[in-house]
Structures are given as structure tokens and as C-alpha cells.
Write a protein of this length. Structure first.
Ligand SMILES: Cc1cc2nc3c(=O)[nH]c(=O)nc-3n(C[C@H](O)[C@H](O)[C@H](O)COP(=O)(O)OP(=O)(O)OC[C@H]3O[C@@H](n4cnc5c(N)ncnc54)[C@H](O)[C@@H]3O)c2cc1C
Length: 325
């Protein structure tokens, strides 16, 4: 079968890698870019997907929850959080796909015509035939737009890289004025720190709090909902283009890769992708959505402070770490 995948981020590149063993796969990527990101990912993905741990530049075994100037340490029960550089990580995943036989084309998906995909490259438009198409083109999915499907629900986040504030582990900020309805964060990177918060005002307050001055850029991140359509006839969606970002924690990389694995497995074994995804993740996503709602209320201060207690810390870390696979 001819499979055309639009977008070669973690979701698209992984789907291409896994499907190219059994199918003729073409992977379309618009540009080489460094996706704005904290780069934090559950370390277990490296074993699960047989990825090279040399891509990890920080191994994190403890994070801090910060609220009203109190820093609550959370022990992650080992070096279970990995930090990667997205440009390198995404390229590595694409290289694996190509090694497995996928054809990688740098070009931009523009829409559909005559039951083919319109791809623009080197200033020219060409039509590519496919039997099955995968939209892995991120939160602003052009494939969704071309099919007139509702856009992915999302929120804006503000992001910057700075050398003015140094961290050697991940910090999460929960004061409402720094993080709005969600959380703000600072992650260690090579010679710099990646920081982010939601709306611009919260980001400015975060900078004041950290005593730094940086200009952020705004990017969208999906807010998962149960009713997001992830298939339309022979077109499937995965990763951010399917809204598959964990509520509350906003982990997108891990779930983009794992959802791509579920999709590839469903295509290869002729299974229902939506059912397979729901079997694996629906319960957890719904539970986290409920916690996300609570986090938006005044109960947040109570929950954050409860993390002073070891059994609460243990519960949160187990929830984060332990799920099937
Ligand atoms: C500021 C910020 C910080 C984040 N931090 C984290 C974090 O620390 N940990 C975490 O797990 N998640 C994080 N996320 C979320 C994470 O980045 C995404 O969930 C993840 O990248 C989703 O992978 P994906 O492959 O679905 O989409 P993407 O990574 O967005 O990949 C989509 C690809 O499609 C390409 N593309 C788009 N349109 C077209 C087109 N028309 N034609 C061809 N190609 C196209 C793009 O260039 C891109 O490479 C963060 C997000 C933001 C905005």
C-alpha cells in the first residue's frame, strides 16, 4: 500500500519508521526546524522504541514544584526524565525512518486535488498519489483544514531560551500570576535554559520572578478532548494533529510517538485505530483532564502543598511513570 505521511516530527517520523517495513511510505516535511519545546520526555521511550540514549543531554531524577517561594522537591524514583534537543531528536527519528525504507521529501502539503495530495517543493506543485494518508503535521494541521475538519483545540504558550537563569533540573511554577490556568516551567539545556508559560502576562511575571529579561515567542499546544476526530475515510491523524497531548502535564513527544506506534500497528494488523488508542490511553487522558480542571481552581494551592507529603509525591510520580508500556 502507498502511504503518504505529512509532517516528520516525532509522530510522523515514528509512523514512517514502523510502517515502512510493510508498506511503501513517503514522508513529507516542510522544513528543518528546531521545534520550540522543553524537550522533556519519559526516558523509558528510549528502551521501548529502541532509540539511542546518546541523544539525552540531561538525565533528571528530581524536579521542583514551586509555589509561593516554596520549592518542593519531587524524587522521580531514578533518572526517569530525559531532556533532548528537539532539532537533533527529530532528525534522528527521520533518519531511522529513511533507514527502514521510507522516502523523505522536503516539501509542503498544500491540499488535495484529484484524490491526490498537492505538495509544493522548490517552488513547484506536484500531485502525489496515495492509498492512505497520515496527517502528522502538528497542532495547526493543514491536512485537517483541507478536509474542513474542526481545528484542534489549543492554547497559546510563550516560550524563550535564556542564559540569564540557570537550572540543573526541571522547575515547575504554580503561582497563578506566573502560570495562569496551567503551569510555568524552566528546563535545563546545553548552556541555556528553556522557559515557558501560558499567556504573555504570565510569561512577563515569570521573567520578573526569575529576575531576567527575555522576549518570548508564542506557540500553540493542543488541549486534548475526547471528541477529537482522528480518522476521516483513508486519512488518519496522529500526535498534535490528533490533539494527543496529555492533559495537565502537557507531554506531547511521548504520546506522539506512542500514538504513532498504535496507528502503525492498527494499519499493519487491520485494527480500528480509534478503538486501539482508546483501549490504551482513554482512561488516563480522561483522569488527567479531570485533574487539569481542578488545577484551574483554587484547590491548586492545596494540591501543590499536599506534595510536601511523601505519599502524595509517590502517588503523582507513580501516576506519571506507570502505565501499560
Ligand atoms: C513551548 C512548548 C514546549 C513544549 N515542551 C514539551 C516538553 O517538554 N515535552 C513534551 O513532551 N512536549 C512538549 N511540547 C509539546 C510537543 O512539542 C508536541 O506535542 C510534539 O512535538 C508533537 O509531535 P508531532 O510530531 O505530533 O508534531 P510536531 O512536532 O509539531 O511535528 C509536526 C511536523 O510537521 C511539519 N509540518 C507542519 N505542516 C506541514 C505541511 N503543511 N507540510 C509538511 N510538513 C508540515 C512541521 O514542520 C513539523 O516538523 C511543547 C510544546 C510547546 C509549544
Amino acid at each position: 500500500m502507498k502511504i503518504l505521511i505529512i509532517g516528520a516530527g516525532p509522530a510522523g517520523a515514528t509512523a514512517a519508521r514502523l510502517l515502512s517495513k510493510n508498506h511503501e511510505v513517503t514522508l513529507i516535511q516542510d522544513k528543518e526546524w528546531d521545534k520550540p519545546c522543553g524537550g522533556g520526555i519519559k526516558r523509558k521511550i528510549f528502551k521501548q522504541m529502541n532509540l539511542d540514549e546518546n541523544l539525552i543531554h540531561h538525565y533528571i531524577d528530581k524536579v521542583y514544584m514551586i509555589y509561593k517561594n516554596e520549592k518542593i522537591p519531587i524524587d522521580l524514583k531514578g533518572k526517569n526524565l530525559a531532556i533532548v534537543k528537539r532539532k537533533e531528536f527529530d532528525k534522528y527519528l527521520r533518519d531511522l525512518a529513511v533507514k527502514n525504507g521510507a522516502k523523505l521529501i522536503y516539501g509542503k502539503f498544500k491540499g488535495f486535488g484529484y484524490e491526490k495530495a498537492i505538495i509544493q517543493r522548490n517552488g513547484k506543485k506536484e500531485l502525489i498519489k496515495y492509498d492512505l494518508l497520515i496527517g502528522a503535521d502538528g497542532v495547526n494541521s493543514t491536512v485537517r483544514k483541507a478536509l474542513n475538519l474542526p481545528p484542534i483545540p489549543k492554547i497559546i504558550t510563550h516560550f524563550a531560551k535564556t542564559t540569564q537563569y540557570k537550572v540543573d533540573t526541571c522547575e515547575f511554577f504554580f503561582d497563578f500570576n506566573l502560570s495562569g490556568k496551567y503551569y510555568a516551567w524552566a528546563f535545563p539545556h546545553l548552556n541555556q535554559t528553556h522557559i515557558g508559560s501560558v499567556d504573555k502576562k504570565s510569561f512577563e511575571n515569570l521573567c520578573k520572578y526569575l529576575k531576567i529579561s527575555v522576549k518570548p515567542k508564542g506557540y500553540f499546544i493542543p488541549t486534548w478532548q475526547e471528541n477529537i476526530q482522528i480518522q476521516h475515510k483513508n486519512v488518519y491523524f496522529v500526535g498534535d494533529a490528533a490533539g494527543q497531548v496529555m492533559p495537565l502535564s502537557f507531554e506531547g513527544i511521548y504520546y506522539a510517538i506512542k500514538s504513532a506506534e498504535i496507528l502503525a500497528n492498527s494499519i499493519i494488523n487491520n485494527l480500528d485505530y480509534k478503538k486501539e488508542w482508546e483501549k490504551r490511553y482513554l482512561k488516563k487522558f480522561k483522569f488527567m483532564k479531570m485533574l487539569e480542571k481542578i488545577n484551574k481552581t483554587k484547590l491548586r494551592s492545596f494540591i501543590v502543598k499536599a506534595h510536601r507529603l511523601n505519599f502524595v509525591k509517590n502517588f503523582s510520580v507513580s501516576l506519571w511513570l506507570n502505565e501499560r508500556n
